[in-house]
Ligand binder design. Structure first.
Ligand code: 5AD
Length: 369
């Protein structure tokens, strides 16, 4: 077992250090083959609704941090959210993602009611990304019908994490523990990281990738760290640790390497080609992500008047408004020879059977679908 871990860690680290574009072709090919064999050609579309940009946290990287007083704050109304959900149905999406800052103004019963209405009035799956809410909230929302929850652990390096993500006075932030709670409650659970955080090393990034697998994540989202000028990390006033050449660059190619490794290590996970990639490469970021391991796109269906206010990093609003409109996304997927996924697009676990080469599809928690 220890041997095997060493082997995998070596494999991951050597690819994370690879810069030769000809040799990287082999990694892209491997990731694309694994993607094809395990999740097929379907690209699932999840309609992203940014329901609130209010946040109590002080994350050193994020433009929504409570300390950013230059940002005008908003909270969508329930009817507005329902209208977006109906639009997602019209567009043929199987899922909506309700994303927001950690906003306790989104009260537990209010969110519960929104989830129930979406589940009653539409056939959609509901994914939540509302931060580190207490377990009672997570349980209430799962009971109301929410299917999935997203919470990035950002980095597995605990010293770095504590520097960039201060705890609330009332509670130590332990996202890994919350991820296990989410799984226990019965959510399909997603997590992920930023790539190129100042102070992030190649060896800690390798541990992040191995953690994706040991957490048995259903969804994995990775994107480049993009400095936001109204944040401590954007202003670069955080103490820099001595990491010499071990620093992970926040480059496009680094994101593809991590995406490809995530696919190889977690063959049946749902992995989006993220907006942050489209910011780095507006012309082809989405496509290259899909060709190097990803099988999901999350088109932004937030009403336009709110989009510029959900600026977790600079340039995001532009990326959401240009080039990847509602009509264009299916066209771009088909141009790659892929198909637009139908239905909820849940993770289907593949367990190696006793017969050589035979693969059994199992539903959530190993129960036959
Ligand atoms: N650059 C890139 N990604 C960011 N996120 C937040 N701020 C930034 C930034 N400056 C990501 C975090 C968070 C997700 C919602 O957005 O990973 O979990």
């Amino acid at each position: 077992m220890a041997m095997e871990l060493d082997h995998d860690e070596g494999f991951v680290i050597s690819w994370l250090r690879e810069r030769d574009s000809a040799r990287l072709e082999a990694l892209w090919h491997m990731a694309d083959s694994v993607r094809m064999a395990h999740v097929g050609d379907a690209v699932h579309l999840r309609g992203l609704i940014e329901i609130s940009n209010v946040c109590v946290r002080q994350c050193a990287y994020c433009g929504l941090r409570a300390g950013n007083t230059r940002l005008a704050r908003y909270r969508m109304g329930a009817d507005e959210i329902l209208a977006c959900a109906r639009k997602a149905v019209e567009l043929g999406y199987g899922t909506v993602v309700l994303q927001g800052g950690e906003d306790y103004g989104l009260s537990t019963p209010w969110v519960e009611n929104v989830i129930r209405r979406i589940k009653d009035e539409t056939p959609l799956s509901v994914t939540l990304g509302l931060g580190e809410r207490p377990e009672e909230d997570l349980v209430a929302w799962r009971r109301a019908g929410a299917d999935r929850y997203f919470l990035r652990f950002e980095t597995s390096d605990m010293d770095l994490y504590r520097r960039i993500h201060p705890s609330l006075p009332s509670r130590v932030s332990d996202r890994i523990e919350i991820l296990r709670t989410l799984q226990h409650i019965g959510y399909e659970t997603g997590s992920g990281i930023m790539i190129g955080i100042p102070g992030q090393t190649i060896s800690s990034l390798a541990r992040d990738v191995l953690l994706f697998r040991s957490l048995d994540l259903d969804m994995i989202g990775v994107g480049p760290f993009l400095p936001h000028p109204e944040t401590p990390l954007g202003k670069d006033v955080l103490p820099r640790v001595d990491i010499s050449c071990e620093q992970v660059p926040n480059t496009e190619v680094m994101v593809y390497i991590v995406l490809a490794l995530a696919r190889i290590m977690c063959p049946d996970a749902n992995i989006p080609s993220t907006t942050a990639l489209a910011v780095l490469n507006p012309g082809a970021g989405y496509e290259l992500g899909l060709m190097r391991g990803a099988n999901v796109i999350m088109p932004n269906i937030t009403p336009f008047r709110y989009r510029s206010k959900y600026e977790i990093y600079p340039g995001k609003a532009c990326a959401c408004e240009s080039g990847v409109g509602d009509v264009e996304i299916p066209r771009r997927i088909e141009a790659l020879g892929r198909t637009v996924g139908k239905g909820p697009g849940r993770r289907i676990r593949h367990v190696q059977g006793t017969q050589p080469g035979r693969v059994f599809a199992l539903g959530i928690n190993g129960v036959e679908p």
